[in-house]
Design a protein around this ligand. Structure first.
Ligand code: MN
Ligand code: MN
Length: 470
C-alpha cells in the first residue's frame, strides 16, 4: 500500500524516537554483547573508586600510556595519565593542535553510593560484634539491609604501611550483612514512613559471634574478631582510626532478562560512564584536539575535597600538560578551558513504567533508545543547574548523527518533583562548553542498578567520536 501524504509528512517532520535494538544488525548486537561482557568483568573487579583507579591504571599501562610525572615533555601522539591520591585520575591523548585551542573532555565519576565504616567502628552488644557505619551519598537505607555486603578499602598504620582490604568477593570469603526485623514483629516499623523505617544509626554490620574463651575478658567476641583481624592484616583496633573501609554489595553484575539485553549491577552510577569513557580514550583515533578523560571522586557527596572535581588538582594536571608541551605563558590555563568542550559523562534516570508518575513522558530517557543527554540539570526553575548552549548541542548532534550514534535528549523527571546535578557545572564555570551525557539507569543508587546493553555501547560510541571530532 502506498503511504498517504500525511504519513510521508509525519516521517519527515516528527522526531522519530525508537529503541536502538530495532535497527541493530546482528554484527552490531555481537559487538554490543561482547562489550558489555567486558564491562561486567571490569565492574566486578572495580567496585570502589580506589579499585577502579587500580584497574584503569593496569589497562593504561599495558596500552602505552605513561604517568605524566615520569615524562619530561609531551608531544602530539603521547598518551599520559595522572593518578590523584589513588582515588581519581586524569588521562590525556595529545593531539596535533595546540592545547590552547581547547581540549575534548569526557568526565565521569568513579565513586558510588555505599556504606563507610565510622572511625571507631567495632563494638560488641550481647555477644554480637558489629561495625558501625555511616552512609555515603543518597541511599534508600532500607535497601541495604538483608543483603550480602563485602568490605573494601585501606588501613594505614602509623609506620606508613598501607594494608589493602578486599573481603567478601572471593569464592570462599565470608560476607557480612545488616540484619532487618522479621515481619512478625515489625508492626511498628511497618507503620513508619519509608525513609524512617531503617535509621541511619541502625546500619550496623554483623561481623562475628564466636567468643575468645577466657575468664577475665568482658568483650570476648570482640576480642576474637580483633585477634582474627590481627592475624590476617597485622592491625589492632586503633588502626581503624586511619582507615577508609567501604561496604558494597557482595554480589556481581549479571546479564538481566531472558533476552540478556540489560546489565544489573552495583555501582553503575557512574562506573558505566567511567568504563565507557575509559574504553573510548583507549580506542579513539585522536587527531586534532587533545582528548582528556576525567575519572573523579566524591561526586555523590558534592564533588568537594582534594579528589573531587571542585579541587584544583585537575587544573594542575592541565597546567602540567601546558608546561611539558612547552606551550606555557601567563593565564593560558583559562584560555584552554574557555576553548574546551566536554561531555559530563554521568548516568540519567530511565523511564520506569512502574513509577511513570514522576516522569514527563515526552522528556524522559527510555531504556535502549541510546545514550541520553540532559540539556540542563538542577531543580525547580533549573536552580543550581548547568544549562548547555544550543550552539554546542547542535554541533554534538551533527557529530553523532554523521557517525550513526543513537542518542536521546531528556530530563531527570517532572518539573518540581525533584532534581539532581553532576560535575558539569564545575567545568562550565571555568568556561568549558558542557553537556550531561550518559547511560539511563533504573533503580539508581540502589545496590543493584539496571542499564541497557544497547545504551552502554552507544555511550562508548558517543564518547569515542566526541574525543575524535569535537
Ligand atoms: Mn552519577
Ligand atoms: Mn549518583
Amino acid at each position: 500500500m502506498e503511504k498517504s501524504e500525511g504519513k510521508v509528512l509525519e516521517e519527515k517532520l516528527f522526531n522519530q524516537k525508537k529503541s536502538g535494538w530495532e535497527t541493530a544488525t546482528d554484527d552490531e548486537k555481537g559487538l554490543i554483547f561482547k562489550f558489555s561482557d567486558e564491562y561486567m568483568a571490569f565492574l566486578n573487579k572495580a567496585k570502589t573508586e580506589r579499585e577502579f583507579v587500580c584497574r584503569a591504571k593496569e589497562v593504561l599501562d599495558s596500552n602505552g600510556f605513561k604517568d605524566l610525572c615520569t615524562a619530561d615533555s609531551v608531544k602530539p601522539g603521547d598518551k599520559v595519565y595522572s593518578v590523584n591520591r589513588g582515588k581519581s585520575m586524569y588521562i590525556a591523548v595529545i593531539g596535533n593542535k595546540k592545547l590552547e585551542e581547547g581540549l575534548n573532555l569526557v568526565g565521569a565519576h568513579i565513586d558510588s553510593p555505599r556504606l563507610d565504616l565510622k572511625p571507631n567502628p567495632v563494638y560488641e552488644d550481647n555477644e554480637m560484634v558489629y561495625f558501625d557505619t555511616q552512609y555515603y551519598g543518597g541511599i534508600k537505607k532500607y535497601q541495604w539491609t538483608a543483603i550480602p555486603l563485602s568490605l573494601h578499602g585501606v588501613i594505614v598504620k602509623t609506620n606508613g604501611e598501607k594494608v589493602t582490604v578486599n573481603i567478601g568477593e572471593g569464592e570462599n570469603d565470608p560476607i557480612f550483612t545488616i540484619t532487618d526485623l522479621l515481619p512478625h514483629l515489625a508492626k511498628e516499623q511497618m507503620q513508619k514512613k519509608l525513609d524512617e523505617g531503617v535509621a541511619g544509626e541502625d546500619l550496623n554490620l554483623l561481623i562475628g559471634n564466636m567468643p575468645y574463651v577466657c575468664p577475665d575478658v568482658k568483650e570476648k567476641v570482640k576480642l576474637n574478631v580483633l585477634k582474627l583481624l590481627n592475624e590476617r592484616y597485622g592491625i589492632n583496633e586503633a588502626d581503624f582510626l586511619s582507615a577508609e573501609l567501604e561496604l558494597v554489595p557482595a554480589f556481581n553484575s549479571k546479564s538481566l532478562g531472558f533476552d540478556y539485553s540489560m546489565v544489573a549491577g552495583y555501582g553503575q552510577d557512574d562506573k558505566v560512564c567511567a568504563y565507557t569513557s575509559l574504553r573510548a580514550i583507549l580506542e579513539a583515533k585522536v587527531q586534532d584536539k587533545t582528548a582528556v578523560c576525567i575519572l573523579s571522586d566524591k561526586e555523590e557527596i558534592g564533588s568537594m575535597g582534594n579528589t573531587g572535581m571542585e579541587s584544583q588538582a585537575f587544573d594542575n594536571f592541565v597546567a602540567e600538560l601546558l608546561n611539558k608541551s612547552g606551550e606555557n605563558r601567563p593565564n593560558l590555563l583559562n584560555k584552554v578551558f574557555c576553548n574546551s568542550s566536554m561531555l559530563s559523562a554521568d548516568v540519567g534516570t530511565a523511564f520506569d513504567p512502574i513509577y511513570a508518575g514522576v516522569s514527563d513522558r515526552t522528556n524522559s530517557a527510555y531504556m535502549s533508545y541510546g545514550v541520553s543527554f540532559d540539556k540542563y540539570t538542577g531543580s525547580r526553575g533549573k536552580a543550581g543547574g548547568s544549562d548547555a548552549n544550543a550552539e554546542f548541542i547542535g554541533k554534538i548532534r551533527e557529530i553523532l548523527e554523521r557517525n550513526n550514534v543513537h542518542y536521546q535528549i531528556a530530563q531527570l523527571g517532572k518539573v518540581d518533583v525533584g532534581g539532581g546535578g553532576t560535575i558539569a557545572y564545575i567545568l562550565a564555570n571555568k568556561g568549558v562548553e558542557v553537556i550531561d551525557c550518559g547511560v539511563p539507569v533504573l533503580s539508581m543508587h540502589s545496590p543493584y542498578e539496571v542499564t541497557s546493553k544497547y545504551d552502554i555501547y552507544s555511550a562508548y560510541m558517543a564518547y569515542k567520536v566526541f574525543y575524535e571530532e569535537a
